[in-house]
Design a protein around this ligand. Structure first.
Ligand SMILES: [Zn+2]
Length: 557
């Protein structure tokens, strides 16, 4: 410990101030400032800086539990802080407190670094500052450095148009070139498997994911998104919008003077692509505001299919680095206040979302297999902004700097997604024993996701729906190491004898919405989409997972 502290202090402090260091008093002398604070926001924290601050907090506070929630591809530990009063070290102890667990992750894209800085600063405030009273209202779970490998690959050439830090940032992808915010369903990266493991273990009620956006030149300091997938429990989406994000937006303006709104980019009415980043407010044309994507490969949508509240945060890339750290810190603080104020309802809503699919007599919902973006009612005022340019001497490239302009322009807000074709949730899914060998990789994924499966103990007569593939399309383009597949086809009904040893995946489990998305052949983000179910997937073939239609008198192991 002493060696560690001496080493860090030698680089963190000036020689003059280092003289005040007393080796016998490790905890009090630990420097718990971020690299951003130490360098006047010219640099971002390294993985060692993050660990230094976390260790300092754990050493000085009785409220902080730390653990590693997994390893990166390069073998780095993924740090998690759990902060509450009283301190908890296990999920069972956290549940026993009867309060919401709020999980915030930062740095999934390691070029988007302000969330990492903001969360270390917020953790300090929770542990020993103005937010300490909240440690008796919430259980804070903080993972400040999710893409820890990408975080170490710092160069000022990464995201060079971003308005600092001028010393550079890490890479978007992990060390294998994978975008972790496209990996939630296929789980190809060690990091994504670790994160899903954290969700299975701690099961937070609310999950917040911190980013930076470099899209259109709008007038917001930060934009955000709730769950966008309409297959999530609609009450969770509605609650997040009206009871959380609406008042948070007001508070961000009134208490902090930050302009915030739903995430979007300027786009032509027909959605044919991105309008130029710059809009002339005097002559905006037929421009619309358009959000991103409903698919659960994105974290906010994935969390939604797990029946939990999700909020994506996107600080504006052209606001200066210090401003981005501050706006992110204020946004997360307001989320914490909102969760504390709505604690009971959040816990009730998430528990109800789990029960909808487990209650024996409840009407099972229909879930979408074709999903489209849609506009919210009337036009809304979107703030149009602009940027100027400034040279970064470290990269010799121009950074874009947010201009003071923020002019409201009325436009349609394509901010939601709706199902245009739906299927009833089946009773469950069955994989006949003779087909399970070709589904080994799929079964492994289902286990990683925490989906409950059972083995048939005896042969059973089942009424099933089978899907015959009539159309198989595979993208030429390799995306994230895979070639995306979509299937079309027709269903038939059959009475089958399914052998002992077959796998049954019941829909009466909390993760049924996620199971539906992973397993249904017509889903747009399934195990077929990502070539994880591949063998025997072709036109004219029968899909190897059957929907169980009627009551199933199964003897399960
Ligand atoms: Zn991002």
């Amino acid at each position: 410990m002493r060696v560690f502290l001496a080493a860090l202090l030698s680089c963190a402090m000036t020689p003059g101030s280092a003289a005040t260091f007393t080796p016998s008093d490790d905890a009090q002398s630990a420097d718990m400032r971020t690299r951003a604070e130490i360098t006047n926001y010219e640099h971002t924290s390294t993985s060692d800086d993050v660990v230094r601050v976390i260790k300092g907090l754990a050493a000085t506070s009785p409220l902080v539990h730390t653990e590693s929630f997994g390893k990166t591809e390069e073998g780095r530990d993924l740090p998690l802080m759990v902060i509450s009063d009283p301190k908890v070290t296990t999920p069972a102890a956290a549940r026993k407190l009867g309060r919401p667990l709020v999980f915030v992750q930062a740095n999934i894209h390691a070029g988007e670094v302000e969330g990492k800085e903001a969360m270390l600063m917020l953790a300090r405030r929770i542990v020993s500052g103005d937010l300490k009273p909240m440690s008796r209202q919430l259980v804070f779970l903080i993972a400040p450095n999710y893409n820890a490998d990408g975080n170490e690959k710092v160069t000022p050439m990464n995201r060079s148009a971003q308005n600092g830090p001028v010393g550079g940032v890490g890479t978007r992808e992990n060390s294998k070139g994978l975008d972790l915010n496209r990996d939630y369903m296929k789980l190809d990266s060690a990091e994504a498997r670790s994160l899903v493991g954290l969700m299975n273990k701690w099961d937070p009620h609310v999950a917040v994911d911190l980013h930076t956006t470099n899209g259109s030149y709008h007038g917001y300091h930060l934009t955000y998104s709730p769950i966008l997938n309409p297959n999530a429990d609609p009450r969770l989406i509605e609650f997040t919008r009206s009871r959380m994000l609406a008042p948070i937006t007001q508070a961000m303006l009134k208490s902090h003077n930050w302009r915030t709104y739903y995430y979007g980019n300027f786009s032509p009415e027909d959605g044919s692509g991105r309008e130029s980043a710059r809009i002339d407010p005097a002559n905006p044309g037929n421009v619309t505001w358009r959000t991103f994507d409903h698919r659960p490969r994105f974290g906010n949508n994935y969390v939604g299919l797990r029946n939990r509240i999700a909020i994506l945060s996107e600080a504006y890339s052209y606001l200066d680095f210090k401003g981005r750290v501050e706006v992110t810190e204020d946004f997360v603080h307001e989320i914490y206040k909102s969760v504390a104020a709505n604690a009971k309802q959040i816990m009730t809503l998430t528990a109800q979302a789990d029960r909808v699919l487990t209650a024996a007599n409840s009407a099972t919902p229909e879930l979408g297999v074709d999903i489209q973006i849609a506009a919210l009612g009337e036009k809304v005022d979107i703030l149009v902004g602009d940027v100027t340019k400034q040279l970064n001497p470290n990269s010799n490239r121009e950074m874009l700097v947010m201009a003071p302009m923020a002019v409201p322009v009325a436009m349609k807000d394509y901010g939601i997604f709706v199902a245009t074709r739906s299927l009833a949730m089946p009773r469950g899914w069955v994989i006949p024993r003779n087909l399970t060998p070709r589904l080994t990789a799929a079964l492994e994924r289902l286990r990683w996701h925490g989906v409950r499966m059972q083995e048939l103990a005896a042969d059973a007569q089942l009424a099933v729906q089978r899907f015959s593939i009539t159309d198989f399309s595979k993208q030429e383009r390799v995306f994230q190491g895979r070639q995306e597949v979509r299937l079309k086809g027709t269903y038939d009904k059959a009475q089958l004898t399914v052998q002992a040893g077959s796998i049954y995946i019941p829909a009466n489990q909390p993760l049924a919405r996620l199971a539906f998305y992973l397993l249904e052949p017509e889903s747009d983000d399934s195990l077929v989409t990502w070539n994880i179910i591949e063998e025997g997937i072709a036109s004219g073939q029968t899909y190897p997972i059957y929907r169980v239609a009627g009551a199933a008198p199964l003897r399960l192991k």
